[in-house]
Design a protein around this ligand. Structure first.
Ligand code: DX5
Ligand code: ZN
Length: 219
């Protein structure tokens, strides 16, 4: 296997102790901060927005991986870039002109990725894959942390990995939703490079150790 990246999801942090949890991630073996933005339209939940992300950026020493679960994300790309997003991923299902939105993200100075909902097939990305730094495959219906991982994900990861190899690309595959020590190894074996983990990390007795455990399982 390779060096799998671990991106703890800040959604599962204690917002009243956010600085403490940011420092935990800074000092841990984690690679990125996963930042979930929800608008109450694209997904049935509202998370947090610009002021919170700006505050996180002030303390974070690792890249911010910003997952936009919002309708028409093209309205806000420049703003997210300005407040410190390093990677911006938009849902395939949320933006009509995907190529234009990815270009917009890159022009704003960020790495651009696409997210697929659980039932959106990976084949829809065939002609846009070369424009993607990363593809995020949802392994739950987005909107909430703490949900159960859906097994159909493995097959999607394998298919996408094959598409990436066939096209001679180096696109990263990220998985988000219900990632634990029970599925991490199998996900990486199927071809995943980045694992998002919310509840598994923050509900653990030692979040830093939970991150080490995921790293060790996927080495
Ligand atoms: C859900 C978010 C996820 C969430 C994952 O829509 O995209 O990033 O925080 O949480 P867990 O790891 O608890 O499933
Ligand atoms: Zn997410």
């Amino acid at each position: 296997m390779n060096n799998t990246l671990i991106a703890p999801s800040v959604l599962a942090a204690d917002f009243a102790n956010l600085q403490r949890d940011i420092e935990m991630i800074n000092n841990s073996q984690a690679d990125w901060f996963h930042i979930d933005v929800m608008d109450g339209h694209f997904v049935p939940n509202i998370s947090y927005g610009m002021p919170v992300i700006e505050a996180i950026k002030k303390h974070a020493t690792k890249p911010l991986d910003v997952h936009l679960m919002i309708e028409k994300p093209e309205r806000y790309i420049e703003e997210f870039a300005k407040i410190g997003a390093d990677i911006i991923t938009v849902h395939y299902e949320s933006t009509v002109h995907l190529h234009r939105t990815l270009t917009q993200i890159k022009n704003a100075g960020c790495k651009a990725g696409v997210v697929l909902n659980l039932t959106t097939p990976v084949s829809v990305l065939e002609d846009i894959l070369s424009e993607c730094y990363m593809v995020l495959i949802m392994s739950i219906n987005p909107g909430f942390g703490g949900q159960k991982f859906e097994e159909i994900t493995y097959n999607k990861v394998r298919k996408l990995r094959k598409m990436i190899t066939d096209q001679g690309l180096h696109t990263l595959i990220e998985i988000d939703g219900g990632v634990t020590d029970k599925n991490a190894k199998q996900l990486v074996e199927a071809g995943a490079n980045v694992l998002v983990a919310g509840s598994y990390v923050f509900k653990a007795q030692s979040p830093a150790q939970a991150i080490i455990d995921l790293k060790n399982l996927t080495r």
